[in-house]
Each structure stands twice: as structure tokens, then as C-alpha cells.
Design a protein around this ligand. Structure first.
Ligand code: ARG
Length: 456
């Protein structure tokens, strides 16, 4: 397909140049946004009297036909074109002749591509937000169901204190809710229309930038033409927000992988969302979780790519910036793909409550509560801590737990102990009593679920 910039060149473009220079293989996915942007531009050109109203109308209906022909499959995008902008304009001119050539008045591909990416990423961001909300919804349902399911909470991967499984799940819901708000926040700064910045220095035509912005659902127009064409902050902000999504999904995946192991066996994944081994007949592997964990690296790489592409280029547009698209599209595609598989995997997994309860019974996770019991009897916490530490050492020696250690052993360490200690270290009670705001007791889990659902 011919280039848009033929005039001053005497020779044909080398195939190698076009192969290297062309972006159509990855920017063709913006065809709808490109055409919608052109429709808004042509409408404004007509309304402002920059081109004839009748020609503007012809261009708009020509573009609408091209859009519907691409969608229906009647028109195939020419993969030898330099980019999607060239393809659409070329096709319009092939259909309308001279009139088609008026579309690019008062516009450059530099502000056009800046517009197209913003429109595209706006849609992509909405899609990811929708998927994140779905996952948070699933977590809320599961957390509600397991608001009183006791499990050991960990620090250093050592059993630490008793929590509820619902509380653990809502920790991830909190992270994902922040992710949603980060993406929404980045969207606000992105949703400003750059069209009218021209190649770099605006335009002498009496364009109506606000009208174009309104037609395309933007909240305003960019205020500096150089920045308008060369800003890709929004790509970086979104890639950063998506990287954090992947950090969260990856941490969650790591836990799913551990919980599926025979060493933990806290959950069992549904057959439909796990895989087998070609040699070991007994295996049931959490491949989805492992791939999500692995794919986080791609998204972090995309963020690094974008930062590196942008850091050294002088104002305004430089061709380096064409590298923005593959990186940010890959980040979105990866996150969407991960969420597509991850959410139903969580939704369908079986929670093995008894195993969690069993694990909670070991590891002295009520030791803090035992110390707190002595504090209740008037002992300073630091002394109570020391006594309880001695009791734990005694239990380890004798192969007992705090629940099974006889009262006379307790009394030998500290005479403040009485029969009531067994009630105080009962795990159900330990969890029920953790009711400070943000703590894991069942009522607080339900409170978190309610708040999260309201935010959704
Ligand atoms: N394909 C180009 C890109 O994605 C479009 C802008 C081309 N502008 C230019 N001055 N060559 O960045």
C-alpha cells in the first residue's frame, strides 16, 4: 500500500524499510478508535467551515462504511500499509476520490496516534476494571461463606496468630480495590484530547478542539501542542497500575500454589482449572496460578520498556514512540488473560476447612492470647510474654499443645494461671475476640464484604 508522504521522494521505499517501519501488525487493533477519531475530526472540519459541509458529510459516511465493512469482515486490513492511519485514509480516498483527501486537513499522524492510543486505552482500562470487579465480587462471596473459617495466619511463613479465611481473602480484595482506583485515577489524566496539536506546533486553521473533545467523550483538551503529541505518561501510569495488579495476583498465586500442596492442602482446585502430568499419574498441578505468577514478569518488562523508550527522547514526536503500543497492549492483554483464568479458578476451588482448622491447632498460634490472658490478670505484657515463651518450650519438649498442657505445668511457670486459661486460648474465642477495626473476627469480615460490595 502506498505511503501518505510520497511528494519529495524519488525512489520506491525498500521492502526492508517498510517491514521495519510499519506498525500495522500491532496498531490495526485501534481501527475503530482511529475511525471514530476521524469521524469527529471531519465533523468538526465541516462545522467550522474548514471544509465544505457536504464533503464533511461524505467523509463521515465513508468512514462509517469502512468501519462496518471491517467489522463484518467485508474489508480486510492491508498488512503492508505503514500503519492503521495510512490504511484508513487510503481506503477512504479509494472510495471517495478527491473528497477523501480532505480528511487530513489540520491534523498530523502525531496528534492522531496520540488520540487513538488514549481512546484505545480508555476502553482497555474499562475492561480490566470490569474484570477486577468481578474477581473482587467472587472474593466477597467466598469471604462471606468463610467469615468464621479458622486458619493460621503467617509471618515469615511460620504460623503466627489465628485468623479467618474470609479475612485472608478480603486482604486481596483490598489490594484489588486499590488497583481499580489506581486505574480509574490514571484514566482521569488520560482522558484529555490531544487532537489539534498537529505535528507539534498546533495549526493555523480555525479548528474547534472542544467540539472534537466533546464528540469523543473527553473531559478537556491538552494545553500544549508539544506535550500533546509527545506525552505517553498515561501509558506508563497504566503499565505501573497493571504491574501492581500482577504483583497482587502473583502473591495470591503463590499462596494458592502452597495451599494446593500436600504440605498444606488448604484448598483443592476444580479439575476444570488444574492440569495433570504426562508421567506422574497422581499429579494435579496449579498451572494457572503458576502461569499468572510467571506472567507478572512480562508486565513489569512492559513497564520498563515504556520508561526506557521515553526517557531520552527530545520533544516532540520521535519514531521511538511507536514502541509504546506493543508494550502497553501486551500489558493489558496479559492482565486480561490472567484474570480470565484466575477468577473462575478461585470461584470454583474447594476450601478444605478441616485442614485449615487442623493446621491452626498446631504451631502455638494462640500463644499471644495466652500472654494476653496473663495481662488480664495484672502481669505486665513483657513478663507475660516471657512466661508464655517458657510454656511453649515446655510443650515442644513434651510433644503437647497449649490446649493439652496440664494446669499444674502452667501454675509451675506462673501462679496467676487457673482453669480459665483453657477458655482464653480456645481458637474460636481467640478469633471472635479480635474485633478491633480491621481485625479478622467474623463480624469484621462481613463488614469488609459489605463495604467492598458498596464500592463495586
Ligand atoms: N505509526 C506511528 C506511531 O505509532 C504513527 C505516527 C507516525 N508519525 C510520524 N511522524 N511518522 O507512532
Amino acid at each position: 500500500m502506498a505511503q501518505l508522504w510520497k511528494g519529495r521522494f524519488k525512489k520506491e521505499l525498500a521492502k526492508e524499510t517498510n517491514d521495519f517501519n510499519s506498525s500495522i501488525t500491532f496498531d490495526s487493533r485501534m481501527y475503530e478508535q482511529d475511525i471514530k477519531g476521524s469521524i469527529a475530526h471531519a465533523t468538526m472540519l465541516g462545522a467550522s467551515g474548514i471544509i465544505d459541509k457536504s464533503e464533511s458529510e461524505k467523509i463521515v459516511s465513508g468512514l462509517e462504511e469502512i468501519l462496518s465493512d471491517i467489522k463484518s469482515g467485508k474489508l480486510e486490513i492491508d498488512m503492508t500499509a505503514e500503519d492503521i492511519h495510512t490504511f484508513v485514509e487510503g481506503e477512504l480516498t479509494a472510495r471517495l476520490g478527491q473528497t477523501g483527501k480532505r480528511l487530513h486537513t489540520a491534523r498530523s499522524r502525531n496528534d492522531q496516534v496520540a488520540l487513538d492510543i488514549r481512546l484505545t486505552l480508555r476502553d482497555e482500562a474499562d475492561e480490566v476494571i470490569k474484570k477486577l470487579k468481578k474477581l473482587v465480587g467472587v472474593l466477597c462471596d467466598k469471604a462471606e461463606e468463610h467469615c468464621d473459617t479458622i486458619m493460621p495466619g503467617y509471618t515469615h511463613l511460620q504460623r503466627a496468630q489465628p485468623i479467618t479465611f474470609g479475612h485472608h481473602l478480603m486482604a486481596y480484595a483490598s489490594m484489588l480495590l486499590r488497583d481499580i482506583s489506581r486505574i480509574e485515577d490514571a484514566k482521569k489524566r488520560m482522558n484529555i484530547c490531544p487532537l489539534g496539536s498537529g505535528a507539534l506546533a498546533g495549526t493555523t486553521y480555525p479548528i474547534d478542539r472542544k467540539k472534537v473533545a466533546d464528540l469523543l467523550g473527553f473531559d478537556g483538551i491538552t494545553s500544549n501542542s508539544l506535550d500533546g503529541v509527545s506525552d505517553r505518561d498515561f501509558c506508563i501510569e497504566l503499565a505501573s497500575a497493571l504491574s501492581l495488579v500482577m504483583v497482587h495476583l502473583s502473591r495470591f498465586s503463590e499462596e494458592i500454589i502452597m495451599w494446593c500442596s500436600w504440605e498444606f492442602k488448604f484448598v483443592e482446585l476444580d479439575d476444570a482449572f488444574s492440569t495433570g502430568s504426562s508421567i506422574m499419574p497422581q499429579k494435579k498441578n496449579p498451572d494457572i496460578a503458576e502461569l499468572v505468577r510467571g506472567k507478572s514478569g512480562r508486565v513489569f518488562g512492559d513497564l520498563t520498556t515504556l520508561l526506557t523508550v521515553m526517557k531520552g527522547i527530545a520533544l516532540a514526536y520521535n519514531k521511538d514512540m511507536q514502541e509504546d503500543k506493543e508494550a502497553i497492549f501486551d500489558a493489558f492483554d496479559t492482565v486480561k488473560m490472567c484474570l480470565n483464568a484466575f477468577t473462575p479458578m478461585i470461584e470454583t476451588m474447594t476450601v478444605l476447612k478441616e485442614n485449615m482448622r487442623h493446621a491452626a491447632a498446631k504451631g502455638f498460634i494462640n500463644a499471644t492470647d495466652c500472654a494476653d490472658y496473663l495481662v488480664g490478670k495484672g502481669l505486665p505484657f513483657r513478663d507475660a510474654y516471657k512466661c508464655t515463651g517458657e510454656l511453649v518450650a515446655l510443650c515442644i519438649d513434651k510433644g503437647l499443645t497449649l490446649e493439652t498442657l496440664p494446669l499444674d505445668e502452667y501454675k509451675a511457670v506462673c501462679d496467676l494461671f487457673d482453669d480459665e486459661v483453657y477458655k482464653a486460648i480456645n481458637l474460636e474465642k481467640c478469633v471472635r475476640d479480635r474485633k478491633a477495626d480491621g481485625s479478622p473476627c467474623p463480624e469484621n469480615v462481613l463488614k469488609q464484604v459489605k463495604a467492598a460490595r458498596e464500592m463495586l
